[in-house]
Design a protein around this ligand. Structure first.
Ligand code: GLP
Length: 265
């Protein structure tokens, strides 16, 4: 696992955006796994800047959402399809037909999950999966005790997750009880997993997933088994890590070919 600790949330976005921009430049038809929530917003803003100022072309990129609420009406502004259309498809100039989101409005949720896995299998593998992390260590909506080999399926949102996401709705009761989420096994299939975290309320989750034991009580810790997992955290989110000096030392001594701060022209 590569761990980068940077000073500010904006720096998280800049560094992650450099990595993703370089991928899309070298592979315009890249398959990107896209997360919702606040964590990746600076990443998308940095990519939108590259599109605007540096001519980055994302029109051939295929995107797969990590998850979707179950039961929101089609077109609900807080459905993850709408959020991704707003925050990613528009600003990055993605082809809307190339955005895949699990169908949380389906009458047959089990079939919708199987269909999503089929689409990932046919169009994947995902080249790079962008991830945030929940305060309880969840990735996607894989709440604590999720199976490490799980595939896309229905999950019940933990009360803490519903409370955290209430800020996007008019009242806490409006946050759906269920979701469709890529499983931990699905996420592990991505060639690269890039997790971003900002703020003090993520510090325990980041310490658990990076330096704690691999345990389904902290689902993000499964990334310790991923062959190419990258964590980019600001100082607040990294504040409970023990090996911070080692990560800085590693960063300073990275071979030039492994650096991704400077997007290739
Ligand atoms: C959400 C999403 C995750 C996200 C996490 C953290 O509910 N399903 O993909 O990474 O919880 O959210 P945030 O980035 O808003 O803190």
């Amino acid at each position: 696992m590569q761990v980068y600790v940077v000073a500010t949330p904006a720096e998280v976005g800049r560094l992650a955006g450099a990595k993703i921009g370089a991928l899309i430049r070298s592979k315009p038809e890249a398959v990107l796994g896209v997360a919702t929530g606040s964590s990746p917003l600076d990443v998308y803003a940095e990519l939108a800047r590259q599109v605007k100022e540096e001519g980055l072309d994302c029109s051939k990129v295929t995107a797969f959402a990590l998850d979707e609420y179950v039961g929101l009406p089609v077109g609900h502004p807080e459905s993850y399809r709408k959020v991704l259309e707003r925050d990613v498809v528009g600003p990055l100039g993605l082809n809307p037909d190339k955005l895949n989101v699990p169908d949380g409005a389906s009458d047959d949720i089990a079939a919708a999950a199987i269909d999503y896995e089929r689409r990932i299998r046919e169009q994947g593998p995902v080249d790079l999966q962008i991830l945030g992390i929940g305060a309880n260590g969840h990735i996607g909506f894989n709440e604590p005790t999720s199976s490490f080999s799980s595939r896309t399926r229905i999950k019940t949102l933990a009360p803490k997750t519903r409370a955290d996401n209430a800020r996007f709705f008019d009242s806490p009761e409006q946050v759906p009880m269920h979701c469709l989420t890529q499983g931990l096994g699905t996420i592990l299939d991505a060639r690269t997993a890039l997790l971003v975290a900002q703020g003090e309320n993520k510090a325990a989750a980041i310490a658990g997933m990076v330096e704690g034991p691999v345990t389904s009580m902290c689902p993000g810790s499964i990334l310790q088994f991923h062959p190419d997992a990258i964590v980019i955290a600001d100082e607040a989110a990294a504040s409970q890590l023990k090996l911070t000096e080692y990560y800085a030392y590693t960063y300073e001594n990275l071979p030039s070919w492994q650096r991704f701060e400077q997007p290739q022209a």
